[in-house]
Ligand binder design. Sequence first.
Ligand code: NAD
Length: 388
Amino acid sequence: MAYTEDLNFIFSMPTKIIFGAGSIKELKPVLEERGLKRVLLVTDKVLREKKEIVGKAVEIIGDKLAGIFDEVIPDSGIHIVNSGGRVARELKVDSIVSIGGGSVIDTAKGIAILNAFGGKITDYDGFNILSERVTFHIAIPTTAGTGSEVTMAAVIKDHDAKRKLIFGDIHIIPDLAILDPELTLSLPPEITAATGMDALSHAIEAMHSQQREPFSDALSLHAIKLISTYLPVAYKNGNDIVARGQLLIASCLAGIAFSNAQVGLVHALAHVLGGKYGIPHGVANAIFLPYVMEFNLPECVDVYAEVSSALGIKRGSLSSEEYAKKGIEFIKNFVKELNLPSRLREVGVKKEDLEIMAEETLGDGCIVYNPRFAMDAGIVKSVLEIAY
Ligand code: NAD
């Protein structure tokens, strides 16, 4: 996994980022500077009830607000995106402001496609098929996990088929991300923990990806350091604004990293677990991360030694392999301390489903980037059995 002489890559990050407690107020000058007059606010019903979140956004957007679409549910669905697209077109909106977790931001990405180009979201299933930018989109995350505010991906569930579809396109990366830690203060501990583990998985998967490169690595390493330092703090005290802010930064850094380097087997498995069993994405990643690292270890000793260092583990006289293994143990304990499940059997998976889960995992595009060959149902099933 060391860089070789044929290293070549394109790194891109088109999103402008504004960070700071109270920075949601920056929405106003941005809309004015851009001459935007008809905003569709995309959110969910939980956040719409919160005066300090959607209430604030509505006040700031003022008379530029054309409408609110609040139908988003966790792991948004095709029908929800199509319905949001119709609303956007009927209201003739010129911009979208999404305020919520990854489910909201991903829905808004889909709506931005449909508002710009029409049709149904499944018409755009695939990778890099758009030729132009979608509708102007300002993403305001209220969880610190997915990094969707800066990524080229939108994950939308086909609830009938119990599958997660991944729409990947550079033209859907949001134009502006506002990272306001005040908006994450109300996150309950279990969502703080799960979303934090999502961000950690992005950072580590970007580092062990076959498409890893130094820019993404640099972002991932800092994200890992921030998450190992601040996730336990925010988990214990949700009102710690510094920890909340550093986690938003970490999740954004990890999002930029994986949007460029991609992710691997952890995500391929997590998408299937989320699709079939409705397990929240961060929880699914938390379960698979250490087991996939163990599987990948033969190809990733040096990479995982770097991860251990970013996790703040003392190396002493350990060999690279011993040091890498310490990092994996650290992650297992970290997951336990966050009171997240660490086994598939704890989240209701049936043993007889492992075979079909293995087969479905082969159909997820992320598996291609895994550092160790895994595109074989028997291999994937063996990892699932260990995670069980
Ligand atoms: P989420 O958006 O599904 O939200 C989970 C719950 O938290 C919801 O009930 C929501 O209302 C609530 N919530 C959000 N912010 C809150 C706040 N500040 N206070 C109180 N409650 C709050 O969770 P998520 O983990 O952010 O997003 C998960 C989705 O994102 C999954 O569908 C996943 O596949 C997708 N995802 C996308 C990308 C990407 O690059 N596009 C990356 C990773 C994950």
